[in-house]
Structures are given as C-alpha cells and as structure tokens.
Design a protein around this ligand. Sequence first.
Ligand SMILES: Cc1cc2nc3c(=O)[nH]c(=O)nc-3n(C[C@H](O)[C@H](O)[C@H](O)COP(=O)(O)OP(=O)(O)OC[C@H]3O[C@@H](n4cnc5c(N)ncnc54)[C@H](O)[C@@H]3O)c2cc1C
Length: 544
Amino acid sequence: MSHSTAPASRPRDTLGTHDVVNQPAPRAGHDLWAGDAILRTHAAHAPEAPLAEFGAQIGSAQMREAGRLANRHAPELVSFDRAGRRLDEARFHPAYHQLMEAGLGRGISSAAWTGAQAGHSQHAAMAYMFSQVEPGVVCPMVMTYAAVPALAADPALEAVWRPKLTAGAYDPSIAPVEAKRAATLGMAMTEKQGGSDVRANTTRAEPDGAAYRLRGHKWFCSAPMSDGFLTLAQADGGLTCFLVPRWLEGTRNAIHVMRLKDKLGNRANASSEIEYHDALAWRLGEEGQGVKTIIEMVHHTRLSTAIAPAGLMRGALDEAVWWCESRTTFQRRLIDQPLMKTMLADMVLDLEGTLALGMHMARAFDGGSETDRAFARIGVALAKYLGNKLCPGFVYEAMEALGGVGYTEETPMPLYYREAPLNSIWEGSGNVICLDVLRTLMRDAGAGEALQGELATARGGSAAYDRALDAHLERWPRLCEESEARHFTESMATLLTASVLLRHAPDAVAQGYAATRLEPGARGRSYGAAEPGDVDALLARVRP
Ligand SMILES: Cc1cc2nc3c(=O)[nH]c(=O)nc-3n(C[C@H](O)[C@H](O)[C@H](O)COP(=O)(O)OP(=O)(O)OC[C@H]3O[C@@H](n4cnc5c(N)ncnc54)[C@H](O)[C@@H]3O)c2cc1C
C-alpha cells in the first residue's frame, strides 16, 4: 500500500489504506503584512517599510518553527550551580532567543521612543503580528516598551536605562546594565494578598544611603531574566515605585526566583514567584507616588493587551479559512458551504472591529494633542475590555472549523486557545477595567469629552449606530451604578468600535458590524447566529 497524498478527485475504490486525501496541507510561513488587508487598512497611517519587513520575517516558516519549539521546550528554573551557589536563572530553548532577537531587533520595543513616525502604531502592529506566531515572548518585549515612559520620573535613572531599552537589539548576557548593549525591563506589582489592589502590598523598602533595600515577595513576576523590574514597595512615605536591577557590579542582586508558574498557556514565557532579600533598589519618583509612577507603564502595556487579542483572532481565523478553502464535505468545499460562510463572515466583523479599535488607540498614543492623550486614557481600557472578552469564544469557533484536527497540538489552535484568556487577566482584569472606566469618566472630564467627540463624529453613518448611541445616552445620561459597569463598558466599547469602523473600514464591514452588534436582538449568542450582510465581501477581507 502506498503512502501518498492522492488528489481529492481520485475514485474511492482505487485508494490504498494510507493514501491521504482531502486533508489540506499544513500552512507554512506566510507574509503577515502583505497577506493582511485588514491590517494594511488600519495601519495605513504608519510607515509601510518597517511593517512590511517585519511581517515578512516574523511570518516566515523559520519563525513559526521557532515559535513551536519555544512552546514545546518551556523555560526551566535553575536555582543553584553545582556548588550550591544561587543562580536564580530561567533557562530557555535557543528558539526563544531567536524570537526575542527578531522582535527586539526589528524595533517592537523601541520604535515608539526613537522618533520613528507613528511609533506606537508600529509597536501595536508588530505586537499584533508577533502574537500570531508566538504570543508568549511578546510579554517581555511589551514590558520593555512600556517601562520607558515611567523612567521619566527619575532623569538620572532614565539616562542610564532608556538608551539600553530603546537600543533595538537583544542582549541576554548576564551583566550590569551599564555594560550591556541592550536591556529589558519587567514589572513586579502583584503579591499574594492582593494583585488588583496593590495598596495591600507588604514588601518593605528601607533607605540605604542613596538607594533602598527591599524585603518581601511578589506572587507574579513574568520574564524574571529581565535586566530589572519596576516594583512597588512600602516606604515610610507610602507605596513607592522602585527600579530593582537584576545585576549589580560584580554580583547578583538579592532577588530569589522561588519557582516558575505552571501555566495554562503562555508557555514560552517564564512567569515566576520571587522574593527580595534586602535587594538593592533605586527609587523611581517620590515616596508615596508609586501608583502614579507605575501607571505610566500599565497604561502602555494596556495598549498591547488591547491589540494582542486581535493577533490571536487573526491567527486562528487564518487557519480556519485556510482549512475551509481546501477541505471538502458533502461534495462542496467548506468555504462554499452557506452556513460555514455565514459563520466565518460573522467572525470577520469581530476581528476587524478588534484590530481597528486597537490600531485607532495606537494612533491616539501617537497623537501629540491633549485631546489625543485624554482619549487614549479612556479608549485603551474600552479596547482592552471588549477585545479580550471576545477572544476566547472566537478562537474556539475557529478551532471547531477545523473539526477534530483543530483540537490537536499539530495545529496552532491549542496555542491560541490557551493564550486567549490571558490578556484579559493581567494589566487590570475585566471587572477592574470596567471600574477604571467609571473612575476615569468620573474624574477626568477631558477623557469623557474626547470619547463623546469620537462617538459623535460617526453619527449619520448608519441608522443602527445613531439609534444605539441615543439608547446608550438615554439609559446612562451620566454614569452607571458600579453593578452595571460591565454592561456600560461593553455598550460603550461596542459603540466606539462601530464608530471607528464607520470612519475607516469598507462599507460591508462597518454596516455589517452596526447592524449585527448594535441592533437589539439582531444576533444570537454564537458566531453565525446573525445575518452579517455581504458575506462574500466580508470573507474577501481574510481569504488568502
Ligand atoms: C501568566 C501571568 C503573568 C503575570 N505576570 C505578572 C507580572 O509580570 N507582574 C505582575 O505584577 N503581575 C503579573 N501577573 C499578575 C496579574 O497582573 C494579576 O493576577 C491580576 O492583576 C489580578 O490580580 P489577582 O490575581 O491578585 O486577582 P484579584 O485582584 O484578587 O482579583 C480577582 C478577581 O476579582 C475581580 N475584582 C477585583 N476587584 C474587584 C472589585 N472591586 N469589584 C469586582 N470585581 C473585582 C478582578 O477583576 C478579578 O477577576 C501575571 C498573571 C498571570 C496570569
């Protein structure tokens, strides 16, 4: 019996026991920029060349293989050397370093800070593309990007660290930051007794000359091999932000990595529990101003967590569409089966909405005006909330489009599926984000006005949109009760997405989104339980 791949048309009675028919070839590398019309629409304001080069390289078969290997061979903690001396090192497969080198080398963490045109948009588009290949390594790269603005709280520290964080290079060597070509930074806020409520932190900071000594623990600290960590600790003046370097001149800082977390997904990335044993730390900002200082970092990581779900959705939908293009069931290709078409077209609407809103927020981060900054403060929370709430259900439906094989580790679907809930949990979990939205609207008149302005500009573009905006404003003329914050945030985020699509997306997308996501009762609870409109035009947005 032969082991060949026979054409689907070969008569059944001529097939050998192991002839393979009607199994689409695995998807090899493909260009993540040239092959993505949706991204090119919503990143049109950013320079094309760096994104085109990034998409071609990161989407290559070689990088996809590196992503697979970095997941299969998760990092290991090496606590001690042979003689029993502390090492506290997370050791990675070479593929992890290859991915870090590619991302940092192409400017994913630095483009926003080196004067590049639309640098935050470049960062967001790169994070979106990278998440399709290996989302775990995006974490250390995003934290490095996001730490840069927080350093402005201390010009002396900024002078040392900023050039290394923005060097556009990867240097994993073990040395003090001054001796390195490039550096990465992580963040350590969460403690056992409270993550969202960081004011419950118990780690103590005692002055030691010009520096401080930290004693305490952190329950989550991702990328523990970073060159330093922005950390919150209690000083005499209250909760304070510190920069804790991992390496000191000639010695390791007293940061003990207790264990690595055994996580659902995000496997290529190491996330650890650490303890500070009188670790040396430099104060960043005034004592008692810790939240104010580190919020700069959190604000920027939120941009990445708002765009990352779009990357996971894109990766999963690409696989589904690829499969449906070649798989035949009941004498028709799946892509031509009316019900499958409706389902996939419905999914395109959420993919395009999530990506469009994420890139729109990146554009606000790039904008220099006070209105841009005010809009970014509220809009990024709305984008992070909605995209991440959609992502797990979306990825699951894409997985199901592949049938049984989608549930196997030989496809990237389990990788996307395991990663899908994560961006909602960190950088403000769902409820915390909703309460932040309320707080921002209550205290920050500029943010509220900027948001109203964004919503108003799309009026007249769709009757469904106008009706939904009126209904929202009628129901909540001011703010809502805390208990309603999810309903309010979801409604506001959906309206904002529609407003962006009505201004920047093709008609089939914008009208389809408004008709199905804003009209009461127009859509059921699962993908395909709707009339998404011009199905062929929607599918054309994602077909290879
Ligand atoms: C893989 C991974 C990596 C991580 N890496 C890092 C890292 O590098 N550095 C770091 O500092 N942290 C990190 N974290 C921690 C993460 O940021 C926290 O887990 C998150 O902020 C939530 O904090 P918590 O776990 O203490 O949950 P809690 O704060 O106890 O919250 C539990 C739930 O209650 C909800 N909730 C909280 N307050 C309210 C309220 N007032 N009303 C209604 N609901 C509420 C939250 O939304 C959440 O759903 C990581 C987490 C994971 C999973």
